[in-house]
Structure formats: structure tokens, C-alpha cells
Design a protein around this ligand. Structure first.
Ligand code: SF4
Length: 357
């Protein structure tokens, strides 16, 4: 494919058109201003699972709280997770915290490059490329989902083999396609092109600066690229949640491991999905507390799970210790990180209690 382009067109002309399009159409984001390896790193990790528009507020708050790697390394993990609350995939935040400690302790606070950068927790192939390109303005290739989709279509890469074979083909092409003087400009333009023009369904080919040499456009087969994936099975869960109040404290559990490690949640019991079980009675059997009132039902999702939380407010006169649960003051809970659905319940209870007491 690269040979076809070399023969039939001038790569530099296509690249120039791509650059011109990008410089004219690029969106303005805080991480695109004052680029440093630290700012690029944080933004790229946040952007891995979240839309750019949502990341803006998180990024700005993060930079206000942790303006440097040193301030990040000094902050307690609870504060890091609280700042990350709502972004999901919390392992990313834990990796950032761990990497900040390594950078401060091993590299005296100076962001590492090359192999040392690759060794930091949570820095994969893409993040390495992005930090090297945008943070250090050095040559590398950064292929995120947007660039991958553009490349699959532009080069007509069939994904019959493994995804990594297709990725290697895209990477090989980009190694020569990226501008010699400003490789970050070409790479960032491709990221933006994938986000704005070469979108998953119905890309805007007629306005695309690559259309004259795009394999999928020329062969009128854009819909065939990339190959459609089988949709993931979705699981539905229903949980009865006990919010137990004792004076100014609530009963909570801090997860020790798994997807929600270090995050807080209220006691809950899984219900069957038949709708036959009475959630309040199920809870009272396990947690014999004084029932106060039902709370608003909360719906939330994580990975392939859709969860319905049915919460109830209970009260107890004694500060009893229950399994791994502990009593935490409401004021302190305001600063602790919660699992997403339980955070919504906590906000609700925070409001309710301000009316009750
Ligand atoms: S011409 Fe269409 S399919 Fe090809 S890169 Fe542009 S937007 Fe994507």
C-alpha cells in the first residue's frame, strides 16, 4: 500500500493537506496548550476510556490539585481516587500514583524517556508514543483507536489475522508517513481526523483531506472497514443496598481488590432478576436495623454490567462491627472515593440528612 502511494501520489502533498486541515479544524483542549510530558501523560491516560469533552473538567481539576509530579506523589491515594471518581477504570489512577512515586524517587522528578518511560506502570505502546511525540516532541508513533480506524480504511488493511498484525502494518506505514520535522503534528492530525471525520459510522469522506488516496473511499467500501465485532454480552444486576446511619456515621466497606479496589461502598445484597424478592425484607434479614425510609433507585453501568441499586435508609443505636464494614463520619465520607452507583446514593443521603437533622 505504501508503494502504491509512493507511485501514484505525493505523500508530502497528502500530509500537507492533512496538516492544513488539522490546523484549521482542531478543537481547543487544555492539554493541547502548554504541552509537557506530565500534562500529556495525565490527559492521555484520562482519554483512554472517556470522551474528550468529559475529560476537560477532570483534567483542569487534576492540574489545579496536582500541578506537578512531586505534588502528585505526595498526595494520598484516597485523594487521587476521589479526583478520578466518575472516570472509571480506577486502576489507571492507581498506576499514575505509583508511577509518580517512581519518577520522584528514581528519576528525581524528571520524566523519563525511552525504555525507562516504557517501564512505568500503565504506560503502554500508545501512551509511550504519545508522551514521546507530544511531550518531548521526539519521533515515535502513537496509534489510538482513532488513528487505527483511519489507517485500516486508508490503507485497506484487512483484519483477518490478529489485531496486532493490523496494528504492525499501520505502525510501519506511519513510521514513514509522519513528517520528518514535526512528526507530532501528523500524528495529532490523524487522531483528530479519526475523532471528527473518519468516525465509526458514516464518516465524512467528501470533506476528508485524505480522500483522494484513501483505499476504502476509492473502492467504495468504507462500510467494510473496520471489521464489525460481535457485540459483548450485557449482564443485568439488581442489588438491595443498606445505608445504615448511626449518629453522624454511616456503615461502609472499602474494597480490598478487584475493579473497585480502594473505593468505598454501602452494604448490599444481590437480588435475583425475577422481581419477586422484596429488597427491604432481604436486607432486614441480613442487617436487623431500624428501617427509616426507601431512597431513590440508582441505575449505573460498569464494563458490560448494567446495575440497578435499590437503596434503603436504616438506623441503629449501637455502633456494631459487621464483617469487614466500618463506621465513617459523613463529613469524612465526602472526601473519600466511592464506587460510581454508591456515590450517587451517598449524594442522595447527604441531601436527605441535611433535611432530617
Ligand atoms: S476518506 Fe473517508 S474513510 Fe478514508 S480516511 Fe477519510 S474519512 Fe476515513
Amino acid at each position: 500500500m505504501a508503494k502504491r502511494l509512493e507511485k501514484n501520489t505525493q505523500i508530502s502533498l497528502i500530509r500537507r493537506r492533512l496538516h492544513q486541515w488539522f490546523l484549521k479544524k482542531k478543537r481547543s483542549f487544555p492539554w493541547r496548550e502548554k504541552k509537557t510530558p506530565y500534562r500529556v501523560w495525565i490527559s492521555e491516560i484520562m482519554l483512554q476510556q472517556t470522551r474528550s469533552e468529559v475529560v476537560v473538567a477532570y483534567f483542569n481539576r487534576w492540574m489545579r490539585l496536582f500541578p506537578s509530579i512531586e505534588s502528585l506523589a505526595k498526595a494520598p491515594l484516597d485523594q487521587i481516587l476521589k479526583t478520578w471518581e466518575g472516570l472509571g477504570y480506577y486502576q489507571r489512577a492507581r498506576n499514575i500514583h505509583q508511577a509518580a512515586h517512581i519518577i520522584v524517587e528514581k528519576y528525581q522528578g524528571v520524566f523519563p524517556q525511552g525504555e525507562k518511560l516504557k517501564d512505568l506502570p500503565g504506560v503502554g505502546r500508545y501512551t509511550y508514543g504519545a508522551i514521546t511525540l507530544f511531550g518531548w516532541e521526539k519521533r515515535a508513533v502513537a496509534i489510538d483507536a482513532n488513528v487505527f480506524r483511519v489507517m485500516i480504511r486508508f490503507l485497506g488493511i484487512r483484519e483477518e489475522g490478529s489485531r496486532s498484525v493490523a496494528y504492525d502494518k499501520a505502525e510501519k506505514f506511519l513510521e514513514t508517513f509522519l513528517c520528518a520535522k514535526r512528526p507530532w503534528l501528523t500524528n495529532e492530525a490523524l487522531i483528530e481526523l479519526g475523532a471528527l471525520m473518519c468516525i465509526t459510522s458514516q464518516p465524512f469522506c467528501s470533506l476528508c483531506p485524505l480522500r483522494l488516496v484513501c483505499y476504502a473511499f476509492i473502492h467504495d467500501c468504507v462500510v467494510d472497514y473496520p471489521k464489525k465485532k460481535n457485540p459483548k454480552k450485557v449482564y443485568f444486576l439488581k442489588r438491595a443496598v443498606a445505608v445504615v446511619l448511626h449518629k453522624n456515621k454511616l456503615l461502609v466497606l472499602q474494597n480490598k481488590q478487584g475493579l473497585f479496589a480502594d473505593l468505598y461502598q454501602f452494604p448490599y445484597i444481590d437480588l435475583d432478576n425475577t422481581g419477586q424478592e422484596n429488597p427491604e425484607k432481604v436486607l432486614q434479614k441480613r442487617f436487623p436495623f431500624l428501617f427509616l425510609q426507601p431512597l431513590r433507585v440508582v441505575e449505573h453501568s460498569f464494563t458490560q454490567y448494567r446495575v440497578t441499586l435499590v437503596p434503603f435508609l436504616f438506623e441503629t443505636k449501637e455502633e456494631r462491627i459487621l464483617h469487614d464494614y466500618k463506621w465513617e463520619e459523613i463529613e469524612r465520607l465526602r472526601h473519600l472515593p466511592f464506587c460510581s452507583g454508591h456515590r450517587q446514593i451517598f449524594h442522595q443521603i447527604d441531601e436527605e440528612l441535611s433535611l432530617l437533622f
